[in-house]
Design a binder for this molecule. Structure first.
Ligand SMILES: NC(=O)c1ccc[n+]([C@@H]2O[C@H](COP(=O)([O-])OP(=O)(O)OC[C@H]3O[C@@H](n4cnc5c(N)ncnc54)[C@H](OP(=O)(O)O)[C@@H]3O)[C@@H](O)[C@H]2O)c1
Length: 332
């Protein structure tokens, strides 16, 4: 039985779908009754608990054969203590549990571990050996993901079989962040077009991340290593805008914004947010600008070569399907 954390989220739901398709018994850790219903619908047993609570991990988990750890706080405006508890301590508990049971751990990490400025590097130049850039003190998400990875690899030295998957921005039908925000803006009639809109973005489908997680479990060749999970298809901002238009009834205008001034504005807005909520994560508006501007600096050759990762997503249909799913969820 594979234990999946974060199984109600964007990535975790796809992991459950893929494990179910492969006929693998699975248990999903959930923290609500709605979560239980959702994961049972995907064919998983449900176990209750939050990752930052030691008691969660003392459940028997009979027949455990591996853990896929996808639970995390991604963009909530909460304190560093909360990010540390869920993303770092929760990951330590997941790794300790895998070590105690003698089973492998697939840890869902993020390219955020490289630092946000890595997004300005040359296309496909950043491999897993990239020197890590500075992370701003208030970038709680990136800081916590870097510390979480460190925690799992510290345990590799004690015999834990672990690999860390580093997706770039993820989209899919279970998206709570990127596509819903674009949909909200599009319903107001406009979208910001930063730069030309024709440069492939650092964007990957949740199904491709799930395929990488399964490839890691099946191949068993990635233990002790990290893998970028990026570049499954060349999606541009224009592709995103065309897809969102299919679910918005009014015409959506794109408003051109040059990348340089957009970054300056984003920096100023983050500064304002820090003053307004001194101890809360302000999000990474600069990261959002760099993302929409386009440019995918991450290189996923190692995932293809070592894990045998072969993403199958058709991004044109996948984008439209994801927006349709989100619009339907919001209408329900
Ligand atoms: N989204 C991206 O663009 C992106 C990019 C790179 C890496 N990642 C990584 O991918 C992983 C999955 O992210 P996602 O996009 O799927 O996030 P998501 O859609 O926000 O889902 C987060 C999941 O974590 C669960 N969770 C949050 N706090 C928890 C806690 N204290 N205890 C137990 N479960 C908790 C949530 O449960 P509820 O349903 O109860 O809220 C949900 O299942 C994360 O490690 C994230 O860092 C995401």
């Amino acid at each position: 039985m594979i234990l999946v954390t974060g199984g109600t989220g964007l990535v975790g739901q796809e992991i459950l779908r893929h494990l179910a398709d492969a006929g693998v018994p699975m248990t999903a850790l959930v923290r609500s009754a709605e979560g239980e219903t959702l994961v049972r619908g995907l064919g998983a047993e449900a176990a209750r608990g939050v990752v930052e609570d030691a008691a969660t991990w003392q459940q028997p988990f009979t027949g455990l054969s591996g853990i896929v750890h996808a639970a995390a706080i991604v963009a909530e405006p909460v304190s560093w203590d909360r990010f540390e508890a869920v993303n770092v301590q929760g990951t330590r508990f997941a790794a300790d549990t895998a070590l105690e049971h003698g089973v492998p751990l697939v840890h869902i990490s993020s390219v955020a571990v490289y630092g946000r400025r890595a997004a300005d590097d040359e296309p496909y130049s950043i491999t897993e050996e990239y020197h890590r850039g500075r992370i701003e003190e208030r970038d709680y998400y990136a800081r916590s993901k870097r510390l979480a990875e460190q925690a799992v690899f510290d345990r590799a030295a004690h015999g834990l079989q672990v690999c860390a998957l580093r997706p770039c921005v993820v989209y899919g039908p279970g998206d709570r962040l990127l596509l819903p925000s674009l949909l909200r803006l599009a319903r107001r009639g406009w979208l910001p077009k930063i730069g030309s809109g024709t440069v492939p973005m650092a964007l990957v489908h949740a199904t491709s991340v799930a395929q990488a997680a399964l490839a890691a479990i099946r191949s068993g060749r990635g233990w002790g290593r990290a893998f970028n999970v990026t570049g499954d298809a060349p999606v541009t901002a224009n592709d995103l805008f065309q897809a969102v238009q299919t679910v918005v009834e009014r015409p959506v205008r794109t408003v051109p914004v040059p990348a340089g001034p957009a970054l300056v504005l984003a920096r100023a807005a983050e500064f304002g947010l820090r003053i307004a909520g001194p101890r809360r994560y302000p999000g990474s508006l600069q990261g959002a600008v760099r993302f929409l501007r386009g440019g995918d600096p991450y290189n996923a050759d190692a995932a293809r070569e070592v894990l045998g990762w072969r993403p199958t997503v058709n991004h044109r249909t996948a984008l439209v399907e994801a927006f349709q799913a989100i619009a339907a969820r919001e209408a329900a």
